[in-house]
Design a protein around this ligand. Structure first.
Ligand code: CP
Length: 306
């Protein structure tokens, strides 16, 4: 069964059938890619126009949606707000409606304001894919992380222990992962400085850990999160030296447990969350996450109910 989706605003609203359909088709695209070695085209979005409307910077999400769109036959419109009529006072919604009037069918939107993609979806006829909204959600990243974990753990995530480490408070990636991974039985842990997660109220109801060694001992996967200085007040972040001592991971830390895996959605602040030598270890999944991002986004687009 292939369950189609009407849009992709939040991970919360995805049913297990919809998620499984996306995972299965992403695997199909990945297998096809291996088989033919050259770029493989599956043109079920031919004659569709997809606008990439990124109001915040991006490398991974934007380029992988771009590649994914082209590989399934769509035509991509790369809208850049930074030299658009927004500088003359046009709002985001007015801008998107203007692009829709030109015949664009699908909008991949990243925005600094939480819930902006939802607001846009409620006010246009076209399809909206949330490519990251403020501190709220980043559902396509959550899906590619789920896909990557399924690959590593043979599609059996029930009881897997994953620790989110770092800036949980501002991380839309963490929020989407918590929602999606819990649907598959993953137990979520968290390790963060006091001002980067409210441990007293524990809004995400995660298992709080105290230090990196405890995270390594207790968990199977460590998902490091970027310190998002652009979303913080001046005094919100401890000193880099203090942070590194308590929360950073180096190549030597892999020796503490042979089967520990490391993930990070990127971009990484190397030398802060992770030492850059970590990338060379076989249990570091960062490059695999990036690669899988193309297949997941091909699958999301080809599973749209057009
Ligand atoms: N993971 C992620 O969203 O990266 P970009 O900001 O480069 O898209």
């Amino acid at each position: 069964m292939n369950a189609k989706i009407k849009n992709l605003i939040s991970s919360e609203h995805l049913s297990l059938d919809e998620i499984n359909s996306i995972l299965v088709k992403a695997l199909f695209f990945k297998e096809k890619d291996k088989a033919v070695t050259s770029n493989y085209f599956y043109k079920n979005l031919e004659n569709k126009l997809i606008a990439l409307a990124f109001f915040e910077p991006s490398t991974r999400t934007k380029l992988s949606f771009d590649i994914a769109s082209k590989r399934i036959g769509a035509t991509v419109i790369d809208f850049s707000p930074f030299n658009s009529s927004q500088s003359k006072g046009e709002t985001t919604l007015e801008t998107i409606k203007t692009i829709e009037a030109m015949g664009v069918n699908i909008f991949v939107i990243r925005h600094q304001n939480s819930l902006e993609p939802k607001l846009i979806q409620d006010n246009i006829n076209g399809i909206v894919i949330n490519a990251g909204d403020g501190t709220n959600e980043h559902p396509s990243q959550g899906l590619l992380d789920l896909f990557t974990l399924n690959e590593k753990f043979n599609n059996n995530l029930n009881g897997l222990k994953l620790c989110l480490i770092g800036d949980i408070k501002h991380s839309r990636v963490a929020h989407s992962n918590i929602i999606l991974l819990r649907k598959y039985g993953v137990e979520i842990y968290g390790l963060a400085p006091d001002n980067l997660y409210d441990k007293i109220n524990n809004p995400n109801n995660i298992n709080i850990l105290d230090n990196i060694d405890e995270a390594i001992n207790k968990c199977d996967v460590l998902m490091f999160l970027r310190i998002q200085k652009e979303r913080m007040n001046e005094n919100e972040f401890p000193s880099i030296q203090d942070y590194k001592k308590q929360y950073s991971f180096t190549l030597n830390d892999f020796d503490k447990k042979s089967n520990i895996y490391v993930m990070h959605p990127g971009p990484v602040n190397y030398g802060v969350e992770l030492d850059n030598s970590v990338l060379q270890h076989k249990n570091c999944l960062i490059q695999r996450q990036v690669k899988n991002g193309v297949y997941i986004r091909m699958s999301i687009l080809s599973n749209l109910d057009l």
